[in-house]
Design a protein around this ligand. Structure first.
Ligand SMILES: [Zn+2]
Length: 279
């Protein structure tokens, strides 16, 4: 599933090449994805200029010159790719923006868990998709102090707490394991038990792992691709994720060769950690 770094990578890939471009024509090639395509979608998009592309959690926001925002979520398997004018639609290309210069922005979503919506810019924060969302992890609004306040009194395991979008957005299963490893925190400890220094370390490591992933172009677990169509490669840099049985990178660099990464299940999802150095 595309996580925050992949979605940010798509936004950064598209931003310089489509900002300021006019959408000449729109093709909606089926009735629905996760939900039906919104009524009036073509009418609100055609002949409009794309003013900016931003991201909120894992939603891509294309701001138009008519006060509306085109909202796109990639779901489990969606890809948003910029193609030249010569591109011919393929199976699962469900939604296409034909730009005035001939290029095409194509949403391909084989599993159809994705979403396309249209929201007035003034209604964005109060919209049902966004109103419950916590702070952006890479913003100044997210810090150890903010995390500590949000975790206070929580009995859920810290791994599950940091994946709660109301607490902080965009920390998916992979990056939760990676951030907890970097902070040296056991994923199973009750969230409310974290000390202030651990909250600060964890907030810092969440920012760090997400920034590292964005820098590397996003991972390509499942079938994610960058907006340019290039494969990302961050999966090679995971420290613990999907590395059960491998030596712990931190313990082995400290001279302990015995410590191994362990896989456990939390809330139905796999977690990876080192019992020797994550307390
Ligand atoms: Zn270790």
């Amino acid at each position: 599933m595309p996580e925050l770094p992949e979605v940010e990578t798509v936004c950064r890939g598209l931003r310089p090449v489509v900002t300021g471009q006019v959408i000449a024509r729109v093709a909606v090639r089926r009735r629905d994805l996760r939900h039906p395509f919104p009524a009036g979608l073509k009418r609100h998009l055609e002949s409009r200029r794309m003013m900016s592309i931003t991201r909120r959690a894992k939603y891509i926001l294309i701001h138009l010159d008519n006060g509306y925002v085109l909202v796109i979520h990639l779901g489990m398997s969606g890809r948003l790719v910029l193609y030249p004018a010569s591109y011919k639609p393929k199976t699962h290309d469900h939604f296409i923006l034909y730009l005035a210069d001939g290029r095409q922005i194509v949403l391909n979503d084989a599993r159809r868990f994705g979403l396309v919506d249209l929201v007035a810019v003034d209604d964005l924060d109060s919209h049902g998709l966004f109103s419950h969302l916590g702070p952006e992890p890479l913003s100044r609004n997210f810090s150890g102090a903010v995390l500590g306040r949000a975790l206070a009194g929580r009995t859920a395991a810290i791994k599950q707490a940091i994946m709660d979008q109301r607490l902080v957005v965009g920390v998916g299963n992979i990056y939760a394991s990676e951030a907890l490893f970097q902070a040296g925190i056991d994923p199973q400890i009750p969230a409310g038990m974290l000390r202030p220094a651990q909250c600060a370390a964890l907030a810092g490591s969440i920012k760090k792992v997400l920034q590292q992933a964005i820098k590397a172009g996003g991972s390509t677990l499942r079938d994610h691709r960058q907006a340019t169509g290039e494969q990302g490669y961050f999966q090679h840099h995971f420290m613990v994720y999907d590395r059960a049985g491998a030596p712990c990178p931190r313990c082995s660099s400290g001279g302990c060769e015995q410590a191994r990464i362990v896989r456990i299940i939390q809330g139905g999802r796999a977690s990876f950690y080192c019992p020797a150095c994550q307390k």
